[in-house]
Ligand binder design. Structure first.
Ligand code: HEC
Ligand code: HEC
Ligand code: HEC
Ligand code: HEC
Ligand code: HEC
Ligand code: HEC
Ligand code: HEC
Ligand code: HEC
Length: 445
């Protein structure tokens, strides 16, 4: 009798294991995806944090060694670097700086960026205030060449004089690059440090029982906001709330959500760059894919994964910034949640049936087809910025939307074929839905 019972229990255990492993992988995200949605207007900043000040990452390091270490190794910690403290942060070749440059290395105090391009901050008094200006040349790290840089040539071009020497970084850059600047106007710490995402930490550092904001605790739609504050192109919110335009905001137009702190409702501070399907702008192709960098948020809000509650940090570790799958390469980043014939797709039984490429081919990499490189870091850079739209863009859509063929995933690898040929391939594979044979429907001129 005892033996039978033991066997029965073992059988039950095996059965539940079997059921567990045959569940779609997305099941483990059930709690996240079904969390209560609190809406975009609710203030989620902990009460105890409202009177807190910014204290800098050194304070946090004491108690959070590991998070500090992860963050220190990421690009966020390297966005703004002090040349006077360590001259090796300069990646440009200053011996080749063109003669008509309006700055020298000796004048520059901070570097901005390094990976794709590097720009230089020079102390200046602008509008009667101690501020910084930008050199009129930038270093393109991808082409390894100096390039002209005119920061005023942007949506706020009517707000500032067309002269780098009169163009302040305080209103147009520093909110996203210095910790604390966005809400206090003080450059508390160079680069994107702990408190950019967790809010001011003086009270928590004194007594850890005082909470700081942790973005993943509530509504997953709201989790994204700590990233959207910077990774989303915007306009000055006052264009909407006070009916102002660039000209009326002379020397004062802000290109970041002025006053925002993590947990507060970002929508009260940020006006996203405008986009309408079918209309190409300076920032987006007509299908909504990025033409420029730092547009991840603008693209992602159109995606079904966003609407269903998948967040930036489901794919990116917020401290290391690396992808959160077990393996950094290959399809693991997506196969973590997606599986073949699963409820969220792909709706084929195997990789090859889904991609129509050999399993080990580059043409079977999820990101190559679903995140094509559509954007550049500067006019003279190669296409390197991967789209965060995720939905597949057909060759016929690329054509109908008037996008350059290189931005199409298929064409990027098959430059010997035309968009029409590639569309035919997809038709032969049976990939087209009825309406995909037509021109893009909504808003198309
Ligand atoms: C004196 C030590 C100490 C310092 C300094 C400190 N923390 Fe903490 N922190 C803690 C402890 C202990 C916890 C765990 C508290 C708990 O689980 O309730 C914690 C928890 C956290 C959490 C998780 C909160 C949650 O709701 O899960 C975050 C985020 C955090 N700290 C960020 C920071 C940041 C940012 C700083 C610097 C501004 C900082 N901490 C400074 C001790 C410290
Ligand atoms: C780019 C935004 C960002 C920055 C910068 C950042 N954090 Fe976080 N941090 C997050 C998010 C988002 C979470 C929630 C992660 C989760 O729940 O998976 C988190 C979680 C934490 C936690 C809770 C434990 C954990 O690991 O999940 C601690 C503690 C913490 N961060 C401390 C720090 C400290 C200290 C720094 C600076 C050295 C820092 N963070 C910088 C976004 C950030
Ligand atoms: C305060 C502004 C700010 C916030 C908040 C912020 N970022 Fe960033 N992020 C940047 C900047 C600026 C860079 C470029 C850093 C560089 O190249 O030095 C960057 C770079 C990155 C990169 C590329 C890293 C690499 O190695 O090239 C990833 C991925 C990223 N951020 C993800 C996130 C995620 C996810 C969040 C939210 C949890 C977030 N960021 C929040 C400003 C921000
Ligand atoms: C709304 C926030 C925001 C504002 C304002 C902003 N940036 Fe950035 N910047 C980012 C983010 C986020 C990234 C990284 C993501 C990406 O490039 O896709 C970035 C990337 C960069 C890079 C490339 C970094 C690298 O390692 O190659 C440079 C250089 C840069 N910004 C300079 C500037 C300058 C100069 C200004 C002001 C004229 C400015 N940014 C204004 C958010 C901002
Ligand atoms: C060769 C290009 C290509 C590759 C590689 C590719 N896909 Fe797709 N994917 C498509 C096309 C085409 C569609 C159909 C789009 C549509 O229905 O509008 C699609 C649709 C999907 C869908 C929507 C649901 C469905 O089944 O129709 C999901 C989810 C998806 N792919 C996930 C993935 C994942 C995960 C990977 C990597 C394992 C991947 N794809 C690799 C081309 C590709
Ligand atoms: C479904 C997964 C997924 C989500 C969600 C996601 N990313 Fe990414 N992201 C990726 C992958 C994959 C890459 C490419 C990494 C590579 O090329 O090594 C990437 C690249 C990036 C980069 C590097 C710049 C570039 O040119 O590609 C930045 C910055 C970034 N993501 C920010 C974000 C932000 C901010 C969010 C939320 C708005 C977000 N990501 C949401 C998967 C994701
Ligand atoms: C954390 C889980 C998770 C990860 C990681 C993930 N996805 Fe998804 N994905 C989802 C969910 C949930 C949906 C929504 C399914 C639906 O609406 O039918 C989805 C839907 C999609 C769709 C179809 C809807 C759309 O908006 O286009 C595509 C394509 C897709 N994912 C591609 C990818 C790719 C490519 C990656 C890797 C870079 C990836 N996913 C990583 C959870 C995830
Ligand atoms: C990342 C690169 C890459 C992408 C993206 C890609 N392919 Fe391919 N494709 C290849 C390679 C490599 C081969 C060679 C055979 C193989 O590996 O399966 C190939 C083979 C093919 C073939 C069969 C041989 C031929 O040239 O006629 C067709 C048809 C094809 N691809 C069409 C497409 C279409 C349509 C898309 C977009 C849905 C696409 N490919 C996306 C790399 C790619």
């Amino acid at each position: 009798m005892k033996k039978v019972l033991t066997l029965f229990i073992v059988f039950l255990l095996l059965l539940s294991l079997l059921i567990w492993f045959s569940l779609p992988k997305i099941t483990s995200y059930y709690t996240q995806l079904t969390k209560t949605r609190v809406g975009l207007n609710l203030d989620l900043q902990p009460e105890a944090q409202k009177k807190a000040r910014f204290v800098g990452s050194q304070k946090c390091k004491k108690c959070h060694e590991e998070n500090y270490h992860d963050w220190k190794g990421s690009m966020h910690s390297k966005m703004i670097q002090n040349i006077k403290a360590d001259s090796s942060v300069v990646v440009a070749d200053f011996s080749k700086l063109p003669d008509d440059a309006d700055f020298t290395l000796a004048e520059a105090v901070y570097t901005i960026g390094s990976k794709f391009k590097q720009r230089y901050m020079i102390p200046a008094t602008i509008n009667g205030k101690e501020d910084f200006r930008l050199g009129n040349y930038q270093w393109n790290s991808q082409t390894e060449k100096w390039q002209h840089f005119k920061p005023y040539k942007y949506w706020y071009k009517d707000s500032y004089p067309h002269d780098n020497k009169e163009f302040p970084t305080s209103n147009t850059c520093d909110g996203c690059h210095f910790t604390g600047f966005m809400s206090t106007g003080e450059r508390v710490e160079p680069a994107i440090a702990c408190e950019s995402c967790h809010g001011p930490g003086s009270e928590h550092s004194k007594d850890p029982d005082n909470p700081v904001f942790k973005a993943s605790l509530s509504d997953p739609i709201r989790t994204n906001e700590v990233c959207f504050q910077c990774h989303m192109r915007n306009r000055d919110k006052r264009i909407e709330t006070q009916n102002l335009n660039a000209k009326k905001m002379w020397m004062n137009a802000k290109d970041y959500p002025d006053g925002y702190e993590p947990g507060k409702p970002l929508i009260s501070y940020k006006l996203p760059a405008p986009f309408a399907l079918g209309k190409e702008t300076k920032e987006f192709w007509a299908n909504g894919a990025a033409k420029k960098n730092r547009t991840q948020g603008n693209e992602y809000i159109h995606d079904r994964m966003y609407k269903h509650g998948i967040t930036c940090i489901n794919c990116h570790d917020p401290h290391k910034l690396t992808n959160t799958a077990q393996k950094p390469e290959g399809n693991d980043a997506c196969i973590k949640c997606h599986s073949f014939s699963s409820i969220i797709g792909p709706h084929q039984d195997t990789l090859e049936q889904h991609t129509h490429h050999k399993a080990e081919s580059k043409g079977s990499l999820c990101t190559e087809c679903h995140m094509p490189k559509t954007a550049k870091h500067t006019g003279k850079s190669p296409l390197t910025v991967r789209s965060h739209l995720f939905d597949f863009t057909y060759p016929a859509q690329t054509k109908a939307y008037g996008m350059p063929p290189e931005t199409n995933a298929c064409y990027a690898c098959h430059k010997d074929k035309s968009l029409d040929d590639l569309q035919d391939n997809l038709k032969e594979w049976g990939k087209l839905e009825w309406e995909k044979l037509e021109l893009p429907p909504i808003g198309f001129k």
